[in-house]
Write a protein that binds this ligand. Structure first.
Ligand code: ADP
Ligand code: ZN
Ligand code: MG
Length: 496
């Protein structure tokens, strides 16, 4: 049987305001060739200058992947000729990447059960992106806005074995860089791009001849491309053939990989140290800002949410998908617990709100989940709503009304409840009067109900009619009567 080996090279656009070696704006979707200058256009005689923010973000990712940051890190020129890079070389890192020897734990559900493994990260290095070529018919257009944009490349060891594992790796890495706020993770726009390397060999024989797959524009294509390629290579070997070391392109319209070019190797690039940029020596202060920016990793947080708050996998997974959402949850839960709710009760109620009504409202208002950080219904206000519901001060239905009013009027929920007189009615005398009125108005129903014995053959009918009467009592109080007391009043009137 064959064994397969998969290593990924992931490029992420760092969210620096300016490019990595010049002061041009770094943005997606601007008018072509408007964010350019002599440096990123490679005019002779100009000098690049390192954007420290890019180096810092790169190191933050490297540290989050448990990489070691070296005492010195520098840049090389990677030479190649292609119109997307006017200098005829790309400034990259070769001998001293900003991070090396790290790892990330991947964990999740696959088709055949739990996937759980540690993937080693060989290195992370900083480089500049190239321009973008748009091919139209017989001409090609060039947009250099992207030339010089900060790019971090993350290279794994060939530790993955299936397309699913690689897909999971990409999903987790995407979540991580979004958590860190260093990349928007948008694969369609190309701010996160993955090339997949794969080889197969007879079990126990080690690595085979690798094929690199490009043009994988989503984590699903990473999986599909790899699954296709593993099958293709297996067939080749079965037939006594050999795998050619090459670069192939994923063709999403034909669900297959197609040859692109035979792969160049490092010597072809004739790397040599970039003479115009000094060696970067991270000092204490720099390293401290890096360490301070580290956050709890999404996978760890997901597990903690289940253990600490008693949430199920589904809830914890959805809450932890977006950092702002998870942060909101924890803040609201802490406030609700401070207001006297038991932790499990508070967590369950808040998770239900977030994954139900609030997510729905954000969608309705056209807000991204990450925008919850600036939502008028903030964690403190949600906690107060939840506390009022738990104590019976307001009904579940009123809580929803109140939430809408908070969003409309930007006021605290307890103030709204007080102003509008939405407190739940708990006065038994008042509810009893409402019940008597309902009984008078619904004489037929009451008559039928009195003939039905509890637990008799028509139990279903009896319950439905009772619920109907309770509903009438609630309606008579504008929906504000405590449903439990209303139920008790109805039962006691029926017994008379
Ligand atoms: P190159 O010099 O061609 O860029 P690298 O050694 O830098 O090759 O590796 C690039 C990527 O390919 C890494 O992610 C690595 O894990 C993966 N890789 C290297 N050799 C193999 C192989 N034989 N099979 C599968 N993946 C491999
Ligand atoms: Zn520039
Ligand atoms: Mg390489």
């Amino acid at each position: 049987m064959y064994q397969s080996f998969i290593g990924l090279e992931v490029h992420i656009h760092l969210l620096t305001k300016t490019k990595v070696f010049c002061a041009c704006r770094s943005a997606f979707g601007d008018e072509p060739n408007t964010n350019v200058c002599p440096v990123c256009m490679g005019y002779p005689g100009v000098l690049p200058a390192l954007n420290i923010e890019a180096m810092r973000m790169g190191c933050i990712v490297a540290r989050s992947l448990s990489c070691t940051i070296p005492r010195e890190t520098w840049f090389e020129r990677k030479q190649y000729f292609y119109p997307d890079m006017t200098k005829n070389y790309q400034i990259s890192q070769f001998a001293s990447p900003l991070g090396r020897d790290g790892w990330i734990e991947i964990e999740g559900r696959g088709r055949e059960g739990l996937i759980k493994k540690r993937v080693r990260v060989k290195e992370c290095h900083l480089e500049e992106d190239a321009g973008k070529m748009i091919h139209t018919g017989t001409v090609s257009l060039l947009d250099y806005n992207r030339a010089g944009v900060s790019l971090l490349e993350i290279v794994t060891e060939p530790d993955m074995e299936t397309g699913e594992e690689a897909e999971l790796f990409i999903q987790q890495l995407r979540r991580l860089v979004r958590y860190l706020g260093v990349c928007d993770g948008n694969m369609e726009e190309g701010s996160l791009r993955a090339d997949a390397n794969v080889s197969i060999n007879l079990s126990g024989r080690g690595l085979g001849k690798k094929v690199e797959i490009k043009n994988l524009n989503s984590s699903r294509f990473v999986r599909l491309g790899l699954e296709y390629e593993i099958k293709r290579q297996g067939r080749l070997l079965d037939e006594g053939g050999e795998v050619v070391q090459e670069t192939r392109l994923w063709n999403e319209n034909r669900d297959r990989t197609e040859p692109m070019r035979s792969k160049e190797n490092a010597q072809d690039y004739r790397y040599f140290p970039e003479p115009d940029l000094p060696v970067f020596t991270p000092d204490e202060a720099f390293l401290k800002t890096v360490e301070n920016a580290l956050v709890e990793l999404p996978l760890a947080r997901f597990k903690r949410f289940m253990a600490e708050y008693g949430l199920n996998e589904e809830q914890a997974g959805q809450l932890c998908d977006e950092k702002a959402f998870a942060d909101y949850f924890e803040e609201a839960a802490a406030v609700a617990v401070g207001a006297g709710l038991a932790k499990g009760d508070a967590s369950g109620r808040i998770a239900n709100w977030l994954l139900g009504d609030i997510r729905h409202i954000l969608g309705r208002e056209g807000m991204a989940l990450s925008a919850i950080a600036s939502f008028s219904l903030n964690p403190r206000r949600l906690a107060s709503l939840v506390a009022m519901t738990a104590s019976g001060k307001i009904s579940g239905k009123t809580a929803k009304q109140t939430a809408e009013a908070v969003i409309r009027e930007d006021k605290d929920p307890d103030l709204i409840v007080r102003e509008k007189g939405w407190e739940q009615l708990c006065d038994p005398a008042l509810i009893a009067r409402a019940a008597q009125a309902a009984f008078a108005a619904e004489a037929d129903t009451v008559h039928e109900l009195r003939l039905l014995a509890s637990g008799g053959p028509k139990e279903k009918r009896r319950r439905a009619l009772t619920a109907y009467l309770v509903g009438k009592v609630l309606a008579a109080t504008g929906g504000r009567a405590d449903p439990k007391i209303a139920g008790e009043e109805v039962a006691s009137l029926l017994r008379r």
